[in-house]
Design a binder for this molecule. Structure first.
Ligand code: ZN
Length: 332
């Protein structure tokens, strides 16, 4: 960590601290060691056998540097950006804090339960939290469970994920899983704009348009039939469900195979949602209930701690209305 308490409980910056004094952890009160090496910038560290649950996730040199960068970046434009400040109303310390705006820079993995606890804590006490992933956690061809946990959603940016490196901030938005991963991107070089302005920036690109065509419906079915032949476990479960309904996963009405903006959240299970939409005559409450029951039976948990599932279900519902209507007009 970059700040610690003195004996008098003053917060001191590791960069300004001398080696003679004693320093203490603001979370657990344990004595800390000041370190200033060649790879890591000056910082404080616990004894290796610590049980401290505070900030003490293995602090990488990158994490220390990025916190330092944000501290300078924040304060260049606005007063009172604070680093590792203990909160009065929560047993957690954000990496950075500005009024009720908490920034968390994540460079190493974090237990799901711990992450959920922190996100809920911020929400309960009315903090706006902003999570950014350092390079070791950037997504490659696919999003892992961890990256999904850090995704947010709003109407303007769609599914989005914030990334950070020394050179600045990247925003991946309108993230879609179609054939592989697609997204739009914005970048802000370091010190180009106030941090909070970046967080609430408008984006410049529109979401990709998803046109259903006769060809796209065929392609979708082909994909499913290949997975069925390969005994893909996800599709097998799906097929079992439809079998019980006296249906077949490859012979549903065409509109159910139309591309979805929300494929990222549910993948092929969207077929179950759309099937229920038709079966339950648009009774939203019943559709949501049955769909969630299906997900639960198959141990599919909601992985997106920062996204309200109810909102996504409502959007799926509206999309289903749109798809059904579109199916009545002939496809290209
Ligand atoms: Zn501690």
């Amino acid at each position: 960590m970059l700040f610690a308490y003195t004996k008098e409980k003053d917060m001191v910056d590791a960069a300004d601290a001398g080696d003679r004094q004693s320093y203490f952890c603001p979370d657990c009160g344990e004595r800390l060691i000041r370190k200033a090496g060649k790879i890591k910038i000056p910082h404080f560290a616990h004894n290796q056998n610590t049980e401290c649950q505070g900030l003490s996730e293995g602090e990488t040199p990158e994490h220390l540097q990025l916190k330092r960068l944000f501290y300078e970046w924040g304060n260049r434009f606005e007063n009172n950006w604070q680093l590792e400040q203990p909160l009065v109303d929560l047993p957690q310390r954000p990496d950075l804090l500005h009024e009720h705006f908490a920034v968390e820079i994540q460079c190493s993995s974090l237990k799901s339960a711990r992450l959920q606890e922190r996100i809920n804590g911020y929400a309960e006490k009315g903090y706006q939290d902003w999570w950014l992933l350092g390079k070791p956690l950037w997504p490659k061809e696919k999003f892992t469970h961890l990256q999904r946990q850090f995704c947010s959603f709003d109407k303007e940016k769609g599914v989005h994920l914030w990334l950070v490196e020394k050179q600045g901030i990247r925003l991946l938005y309108h993230i879609h899983e179609v054939d592989g991963l697609i997204y739009c991107e914005e970048r802000w070089p370091d010190f180009s704009k106030p941090l909070r302005e970046i967080f609430s920036s408008a984006v410049t690109k529109c979401p990709p348009r998803l046109f259903p065509t006769t060809e796209s419906v065929k392609a979708r079915k082909r994909e499913l039939s290949i997975k069925l032949v390969q005994s893909n476990p996800r599709i097998r479960v799906l097929q079992q469900y439809f079998y019980q309904e006296r249906r077949h996963v490859l012979y549903l009405p065409d509109w159910m195979y139309f591309p979805s903006r929300y494929f990222f959240f549910y993948q092929e299970d969207l077929l179950v949602f759309r099937y229920l939409f038709q079966k339950e005559a648009k009774n939203a409450t019943l559709i949501f209930q049955k769909f969630l029951a299906y997900r639960e039976e198959n141990q599919k948990e909601w992985e997106f701690y920062q996204i309200n599932q109810q909102e996504i279900l409502e959007r799926l519902y509206l999309e289903a209305i749109f798809c059904q209507r579109k199916a009545k007009v002939s496809l290209a």
